[in-house]
Design a binder for this molecule. Sequence first.
Ligand code: FEO
Length: 391
Amino acid sequence: MNRRPLAEGVYWMGAIDWDRRLFDALIPLPDGTSYNAYLVQGEEKTALLDTVDPPMTDVLAAQLADVPRLDYVVSHHTEQDHSGAIPAVLARYPEAQVVASPKAKPMLVDHLGVPEARVLTVEDGEAISLGGKTLRFLHTPWVHWPETMVTYLPEARILFSCDFFGSHLATTELLPDWSKAEAAAKRYYGEIMMPFARQVERNIERVRALDLALIAPSHGPLHAEPATVISAWAHWASGPPANLVVIPYVSMHGSTQQMVEHLVGALAERGVGVEQFNLAVADLGKLATALVEAATIVIGTPTVLTRPHPLAVTAAFLANALRPKARFASVVGSYGWGGKTVETIAGLISDLKVEVLDPVLCKGLPKEADLQALEALADTIAAKHREQRLC
Ligand code: FEO
């Protein structure tokens, strides 16, 4: 695909990765992704902003075929999907300097073998003139790594935001309507950015202060209505949770399944929204997306060799690592003869700022008393959500 104009002297470049299905050997990408790079040509100098994932270097090289000189290669973020092709670009353009934050410099050297002498560091707020075009750099640490920064081009009112405001979505539409892009953006936020919600919140305030016509991230579509996408991200990062219970569960012989189904029905009768995920078949990206707005997480698990089922352990570990804004958590499940299921799950979610509600564990199949305990748990959750004015 050829480069595409966005404004006078400003082009989208990069590669659409339609077939990628896994990121970091962990995150499912049902809709592929893209590695967006941008070319900014001033009257005197030319800059490339970000590159592509190394397997797609040839695509970028073809787009640069008629670009005789590059003065700068801006590395917003060291991660390989954006900076992995920098060594190839530097080999092609021996005059080019890599522009990066001070924290990025040693990372570019360590992770990608970029020669230290070719890295020019820029402070927060510093600018470089290309001649009639200004690249102003804003440090945005932890959105997504500690060295991350973004670039503002005031003459065109464009923010090149790298991972910030990105989405894993392969599409030839550079500027689809937000209604087409929102689901992928929310999933991306849940999978990638939710652990950094506080940093996202802080940096959103900086972005709001900019005069913006366009947000150009390095994954997925661009955003021609910046206020809409900024508001969505602000809500995900710092808005209140929804009246929603997310139940990741696994069942070996049907007992935990019966408990989950009873709890789901009881919550629905009380006006509480529920999303249940059978971990044996669930898309973990959908689970991460649901966790973005969940007020309560209930993990359903049988006891295996005195502990929770390994799939429930994975879900608890994931929830703990993603740090959603949930306010309550509990455990339901079935055991054969005993064990430490609840203690183990509680230990796995120790980073979540949640009130732990009384768990409901039963021996074998759930009996009437166990179903009553699930009704009581549903009562408690509904009351807690009402107290928090979530419904
Ligand atoms: Fe798209 Fe954090 O890299």
